[in-house]
Design a protein around this ligand. Structure first.
Ligand code: NAD
Length: 499
């Protein structure tokens, strides 16, 4: 089987003749192929989107909202099928796959309110006979370049608001798990979206560069690693496009001495190892504060981590997490773990020789827990994006806070404490975009916005919520004068209202 492109309302073969392999991460075998678009394929898809966009953009916003409503129903109808396809390519468990779909679906639900969200402002009588009003209009054709780790949620966070605003969207999913985005595009057509308004072009760098250089594209959204986010942001903005690019993360969780240690340990296990740590909001650094807190935390944490069950999603509901996405990702993670050992951290849970019987060629990485990590080590500085948690002990709260503030990433963070003053101080002072108080993965819901600070985000408007409607539309302000004209001696004069 080959995953092609979804163009003009149907599955369509490209012209490049280039294909990539999609692996089954549990077995290491090639499952099927994905078409890799050429620049010509991309440019044609954009031209067709541009032809389809004006009619869609001219529809009233309630009509676009109704397409979103139908999409919600269709996604719920096909939830099991979508989750199965997602797990098969990505490797995450079925409950995780459903969570991925659900968090995307919630943004589609939010977009049902397009009419409300696109409402403009009005000032009557701004001057003599003068009224002033603003409206939000679509950008035209926008592009989205998405990562592998949430193949349903991430595209939906961008595609749904972009469409609801009246744009046409060209989506370039991750080449590692492109099937669910293709299925979503098909469902949008079934929901009533006109053909050509949502184009899915599969591919890699050549396709992305063509999108970035295409003058028709007005806005670019990117989610992925920081190095690529920075590159996409520079190239898109140099080409005069609006851009929002979300990058990598290293999320710290501070554990104060007064925290409930059992609760904190549960939180670290779920947030650090869930989805094999392949989440931009994963907790990858635990910071126990004060004398003895690190030991108390380890006492709770170690038995929990030892119990984690790593297996393919097909092994049932008690699987905690599955394989990582590729052999390359596995090698990279194991390399970083080795660097932690070499640089002197204590590897208190060591699964470097982890093998799963019957799945020896799969990309499984057992859970790893480091204690006594220091901030100069590579495992502290780098986003590992795997099932590895590092504990860095801090003497006091100020040292812990400074550690979080000094890290180059600023996506998410959390504090576990029973003390309201400390929690409040942390939330107010920390330079991180999303903060949890006794909540390890503080992902804002659809009607708030999601975005990091520092090297976790380039651009200024966040994902979903009101920011997404601002990003995917632009303001036009009209000043109008409708004087009551009178004719005197054949001449036209304005009759001022305040005469
Ligand atoms: P990635 O940067 O490797 O790839 C992301 C996308 O960019 C893919 O579609 C890929 O084909 C494309 N791409 C990669 N290199 C490119 C290049 N040189 N030129 C043009 N296009 C290129 O990221 P990934 O491995 O798919 O995803 C994992 C990363 O995403 C992690 O760093 C994670 O933290 C981050 N992420 C961030 C958020 C957020 O909201 N901040 C959310 C999810 C994931």
């Amino acid at each position: 089987m080959t995953v092609h492109h979804f163009l003009n309302g149907k599955n369509t073969e490209g012209t490049s003749g280039n294909f990539g392999d999609i692996y089954n991460p549990a077995t290491g075998e090639v499952q099927y192929q994905v078409a890799l678009a050429s620049a010509d394929d991309m440019n044609k898809a954009i031209a067709d989107a541009a032809a389809a966009q004006p009619a869609w953009g001219a529809k009233n916003p309630q009509v676009r909202g109704r397409v979103m409503m139908a999409m919600v129903a269709l996604m719920n109808r096909d939830m099991d099928k979508l989750a199965e396809a997602l797990s098969r390519e990505h490797g995450k468990t079925i409950p995780d796959a459903k969570g991925d779909l659900q968090r995307g679906l919630e943004v589609v639900e939010y977009c049902i309110g397009a009419a409300e969200l696109l409402k403009g402002d009005y000032t009557g009588g701004a001057g003599t006979g003068i009224d002033m009003y603003s409206m939000r209009q679509p950008l035209g054709v926008v592009g989205s370049i998405m990562p592998f780790n949430f193949p349903a949620m991430m595209p939906l966070w961008h595609v749904a608001p972009a469409l609801a605003c009246g744009n046409a969207v060209v989506l370039k999913p991750s080449e590692r798990d492109p099937s669910v985005p293709m299925m979503l595009a098909e469902l949008f057509v079934e929901a009533g979206l006109p053909a050509g308004v949502f184009q899915v072009v599969n591919g890699k760098n050549e396709a992305v560069d063509a999108l970035l250089d295409n003058d028709t594209i007005q806005g670019v959204s990117f989610v992925g690693s920081t190095a690529v986010a920075q590159y996409i942001y520079s190239r898109a903005t140099a080409n005069g496009k609006r851009a929002q690019c979300f990058g990598g993360a290293k999320n710290h969780m501070i554990i104060m001495p007064d925290a409930d240690m059992a609760q904190a340990a549960d939180a670290i296990v779920g947030a650090g190892f869930g989805a094999a740590g392949e989440r931009c909001m994963a907790i990858s650094v635990a910071v126990p504060v004060g004398e003895g807190t690190g030991d108390r935390l380890m006492k709770e944490l170690i038995p929990r981590v030892e119990k984690l069950r790593v297996a393919p999603y097909t092994d049932g509901d008690d699987v905690d997490y599955g394989p990582v996405i590729t052999q390359e990702a596995k090698d990279r993670i194991l390399g970083l773990i080795q660097s932690g050992v070499d640089q002197g951290a204590d590897l208190v849970i060591d699964n470097r020789d982890f093998k799963l019987q019957g799945y020896e060629k799969g990309y499984f990485v057992g859970p790893h827990l480091f204690d006594n990590v220091t901030t100069d080590m590579d495992i502290y500085k780098t986003e590992i994006f795997g099932p590895v948690v590092c504990s860095v002990r801090a003497d006091d709260y100020e040292t812990a806070l400074k550690m979080v503030m000094d890290h180059e990433y600023g996506n998410g963070t959390a504090i576990f404490t029973r003390d309201g003053d400390t929690a409040r101080d942390f939330a107010a002072r920390v330079n991180i975009g999303m903060v949890g108080i006794n909540v390890p993965v503080p992902v804002p819901l659809a009607y708030h916005t999601f975005g990091g600070w520092k090297k976790s985000m380039f651009g200024d408007l966040n994902q979903h919520g009101p920011d997404s409607f601002k990003f995917y539309s632009r303001t036009k302000t009209v000043t109008s004068r409708w004087p009551s004209g009178i004719k005197e001696g054949g001449e036209f004069h304005f009759k001022a209202i305040d005469d």
